[in-house]
Write a protein that binds this ligand. Structure first.
Ligand code: GLN
Length: 247
């Protein structure tokens, strides 16, 4: 039986707005097609994970305080994480985790939380604590050449700069900064985004994009995923897209 191994980083600290739902969606969509999902959790004081042995590394969002708590621990794995990323392991990073993979995060008081420096972008909190990018968001991303609307919910004070390869074009909402035209960061095997939701429950095509990439990489063959019944998900998406985009 074909399988994918998923590593969930800091599930006890980074799980804002039910980001764990992303793991559940990946597991569900794999199992529905007869694949196996092996899910390991890692948090502070656990044994060092073998990052390159996984197909997907996932980390969710968290407030500044949570980011501060784990940053020192995460940085221990900087080189291993870079190697895994360079080897093609897929990284799905939401909000707080997105920020931590860049150069640094500068908090409201000017305090610096050092990032992993896996990517060149950096994030600085908006000086006013009460003025944050909050609300529903829709972006248009390109997944294997297909333009796909990705729906989510953002809540961040952090403004991310230095993005050369965004995840998508903003159709509704803010994005990397207040009123930005682009959102997130994307490479072949990386999606780093402000979108909670959880992201994958609102965007089944995105979940399948990740699954397909990971299965093809692991088994070195072209994999056509059997379609699943996404009738309810699609009805829900239609409703949301009408609400946000057709005014
Ligand atoms: N600390 C971050 C910010 O407010 C992350 C928030 C989040 O993960 N939703 O910008």
């Amino acid at each position: 039986m074909k399988e994918l191994k998923i590593l969930y980083l800091y599930p006890d600290i980074l799980d804002l707005y039910g980001d764990i739902g992303n793991i559940k969606v990946l597991k569900y969509r794999l199992e529905q097609r007869g694949f196996k999902a092996i899910i390991d959790n890692y948090s502070i004081n656990d044994e060092k994970p073998d990052f390159k042995n996984y197909d997907i590394v996932f980390a969710g969002g968290g407030a500044d305080n949570e980011q501060k708590i784990l940053a020192e621990d995460l940085i221990k794995y900087k080189e291993d994480i870079k190697q895994a990323k360079d080897a093609g392991v897929f990284f799905l990073l939401i909000c707080g985790a997105y920020q931590l993979f860049g150069k640094y995060y500068k908090g409201v008081e000017g305090n610096i939380i050092p990032g992993l420096e896996v990517f060149d972008y950096y994030t600085e909190a908006n000086p006013s604590r009460s003025n944050r990018c909050i609300g529903n968001i829709v972006i248009e991303a390109e997944l294997n050449g297909n333009k796909t609307k990705v729906i989510g919910f953002e809540n961040h004070g952090g403004q991310t700069f230095g993005i050369e390869e965004p995840f998508g074009k903003v159709l509704f909402g803010n994005g990397n900064k207040f009123g930005d035209t682009v959102e997130g960061f994307m490479q072949k095997n990386v999606i780093a985004t402000y979108l909670h939701g959880p992201l994958l429950s609102k965007n089944p095509a995105l979940a399948d994009y990740i699954i397909k990439y990971c299965l093809e990489r692991r088994y070195n063959e072209v994999i056509e995923l059997e379609p699943l019944n996404d009738e309810l998900e699609n009805k829900c998406r239609l409703q949301l897209l009408q609400r946000f985009l057709e005014k």
